[in-house]
Design a protein around this ligand. Structure first.
Ligand SMILES: Cc1ncc(COP(=O)(O)O)c(C=O)c1O
Length: 405
């Protein structure tokens, strides 16, 4: 309280490592889709803390569950049972459908790191000592720890941190033949985002995913879906993006919206994969703590009760149609991609940062990926009025940026 944008930005520049180029705004409050800055100005949030606040800001059900648990028990570690950890595992298993077992951690990178370790443990048990390789997609993003960075198919993010752990290879997305050529006895898993997020919002084709499942079965590799960004109804009426593609993975990684913006992650596995870890193989001090589990249970309960998946499908369709209209009205948008409320506009000119900066000045929080992609990840209660406001402001900005109308 009492901080100004200038004092905070000054201290940040002096005392914080500069891994982020922060936008010139100080958000101090949020409610639903709205954010408020230190001057009391209101913004519509189309970023959701990078796809984490699916239920909207400051949801009372999550706030109550967290504050209730905070005053009861905060932390005892994974050496002991807590009342709600197994309940959350069971709830996630139900959402995934079938019988799944969980390992809880604190972030998306940790969840993917856990899945990598699980796959290698499974590979050694089931295929032999050489089965340690993991195949992922070009342009993929799985995190910033050393192993998840090695899994990430973006050389620009990796180069400065070599040598990275060995045993990862990257294939072009939606290319069955390229994957088939890569799968041999040394591969223990294929890991994919059903819709690539950080790589620019590129969906996997349903046919491709079916082929990947078939190839994994034929060659004896686990299929891991990284649903860190796509999970919890982000892509529409199904809780997880793969559920609309009718392909069942062996392992699913979760984080981001799991606890509506609090740090939480999970590795979910079924069948033999769910029994690959043995006591002492993996661990986390904080993962699956009582406060996070309370937040996650409240989040899932409210997402379901408020039928936000159905809203994500309807609102996503409206936003997509509006963006496509903008694409035909102005020549700046060349393609609209994504699913549900995980959408991107591909630009024909490298002006995405300028557009998101202009949008912020007009009360819209947008995200650009690189210089030519604008991404839209609003909270899932986003309504038609908010979408129409976005489209109208964006239309003006696109014309100003040089798109003809
Ligand atoms: C698909 C995917 N996996 C993993 C991660 C890493 O998550 P975190 O930043 O919580 O470590 C991200 C983050 O954007 C992601 O989008």
């Amino acid at each position: 309280m009492g901080y100004t944008y200038d004092s905070v930005a000054g201290s940040d520049a002096a005392y914080h490592m500069s891994t982020y180029t922060r936008r010139p705004v100080l958000f101090v409050k949020g409610r639903g889709m709205r954010l408020f800055d230190d001057d009391g100005s209101e913004y519509l949030d189309f970023v959701s803390g990078i796809g984490a606040v699916n239920l909207g800001h400051a949801h009372p059900a999550v706030a109550d569950a967290v504050s209730c648990q905070m005053s009861r028990l905060v932390h005892v570690s994974n050496l002991y049972h807590v009342e709600n950890r197994a309940q959350l595992a069971e709830e996630l298993s139900r959402l995934l459908g079938g019988e799944w077992r969980a390992f809880f951690c604190n972030s998306g990178a940790e969840a993917c790191e856990g899945a990598i370790k699980l796959a290698r443990r499974w590979g050694r048990k089931n295929k032999g000592e050489r089965a340690v390789r993991i195949v992922t997609a070009e342009r993929s993003f799985h995190g910033r720890t050393m192993a998840t960075l090695a899994a990430t198919g973006q050389p620009s993010k990796q180069e400065m941190f070599a040598p990275l752990p060995h045993g990862f290879s990257h294939v072009p997305l939606n290319d069955e033949a390229a994957l088939a050529a890569e799968l041999d006895d040394t591969v223990c898993a294929v890991m994919l985002e059903v819709v690539q997020g950080e790589g620019g919002v590129h969906p996997c084709d349903a046919d491709y995913l079916r082929a990947v499942r078939r190839l994994c079965d034929q060659r004896g590799a686990l299929l891991v879906f990284d649903e860190v960004q796509t999970g919890f109804w982000r892509t529409g009426k199904h809780a997880f993006a793969y559920q609309s593609r009718e392909v069942l993975p062996d392992v699913v990684t979760l984080a981001k919206a799991l606890a509506n913006g609090l740090p939480a992650g999970a590795v979910m596995a079924r069948g033999e994969a769910s029994r690959a870890f043995e006591s002492g193989d993996h661990g986390s001090t904080f993962g699956g703590g009582p406060v996070i589990c309370a937040a996650a249970l409240a989040t899932i309960g409210a997402l379901r009760a408020e039928r936000l998946g159905e809203n994500a499908a309807a609102a996503g369709a409206r936003l997509r149609a509006g963006l496509q209209r903008l694409a035909s009205d102005t020549d700046l948008i060349t393609e609209v991609r994504g699913a549900g409320l995980m959408l991107a506009a591909q630009l024909g000119k490298p002006c995405a940062a300028e557009i998101t900066a202009a949008a912020l000045e007009r009360g819209l929080v947008l995200n650009n990926i690189g210089t030519e992609i604008i991404r839209f990840l609003p909270p899932l209660m986003c309504g038609p009025g908010e979408i129409d406001t976005l489209l109208s402001v964006l239309s003006d900005i696109l014309v100003e940026a040089g798109g003809s109308s």
